[in-house]
Design a protein around this ligand. Structure first.
Ligand code: GTP
Ligand code: MG
Length: 233
């Protein structure tokens, strides 16, 4: 299974890759990790590291680009090395950069994932729990996951990180929606219906990479994604 860990800057992707891969390894699973972030050295034991081929700091200097343009250009270059980044294992976990443009707008991010994917590829869309404690932010996060899933054509699940510092009460957040009376209350309510009628994005798990909270849930969810018997609701 290929697992792409995606999410906004600083949401906890690299920490999750480190802790979750250790958790899988301790459980006897055959797990490999790949760093797909050309801007940052991996904090986990990387079986393949994109920075062996492309380094964003060097790209920025070479082309006179800033950090955002440098990262986008780096991903264009990474396309030439995709074969070198492929690795086999029962669970192959890819850490990715936090710049969402790469997956939502640019063609390189999409093509890199397409080339590395197989029939059992999934995305985990990570969001920092401290930022999604109200219904507007929570629904926006889940919708971003839907967009990433559509754009990359892979099933993705929403994972709320840093549960040790903020525990999002998903049920309460959803229950509050009908009582909102902002000008966009209707949009909010219809968005919640939309989410209710989609399957994968609806299932939200909460994790902490510091104390491994929720890792059993992520493990079950990943396996349910490729099992016809899975109940994702
Ligand atoms: N409390 C808490 N902090 C966390 C957790 N996971 C990550 N962090 C902290 O959040 C910050 C960002 O973590 P990273 O793992 O680097 O996040 P990232 O998404 O890889 O960041 P970028 O690659 O820069 O987009 C660091 O200070 C981490 O220590 C967690 O489970 N709990
Ligand atoms: Mg990172």
């Amino acid at each position: 299974m290929k697992i792409f860990v995606i999410g906004p800057a600083g949401c906890g992707k690299s920490s999750f890759v480190k802790s979750f891969s250790e958790y899988l390894g301790e459980g006897g699973e055959d797990v490999r990790c790949v760093n797909l972030d050309p801007a940052t050295d991996p904090v986990f034991k990387a079986d393949k590291d994109v920075r062996s081929f492309v380094k964003t700091d060097e790209i920025m200097k070479k082309y006179g680009l800033g950090i955002n343009g440098g990262l986008l250009k780096s991903m264009d270059e990474v396309l030439f090395y995709v074969k070198d980044l492929d690795v086999s294992g029962d669970y192959v976990i890819y850490d990715t950069p936090g710049q969402m443009e790469i997956f939502i707008y640019s063609s390189s991010g999409r093509r890199i994932i397409e080339k590395l994917s197989d029939k059992t590829t999934a995305g985990l869309f990570l969001m920092d729990s401290t930022l999604v404690t109200d219904s507007e932010s929570f629904l926006s996060a889940v919708m971003q996951n839907v967009i990433v899933s559509l754009r990359l054509s892979i099933p993705t699940a929403t994972v709320l990180t840093k549960n040790d510092v903020a525990d999002v009460d998903v049920e309460k957040v959803m229950e509050e929606i009908p009582s909102k009376n902002s000008v966009l209350a209707e949009l909010l309510e219809k968005t919640s219906y939309f989410i209710e009628y989609t399957t994968l994005s609806q299932r939200v798990v909460k994790v902490s990479s510091f104390d491994e909270t929720g890792f059993d849930d992520v493990y079950s969810l990943l396996n349910e994604m490729f099992c016809a018997c899975g109940d994702l609701s």
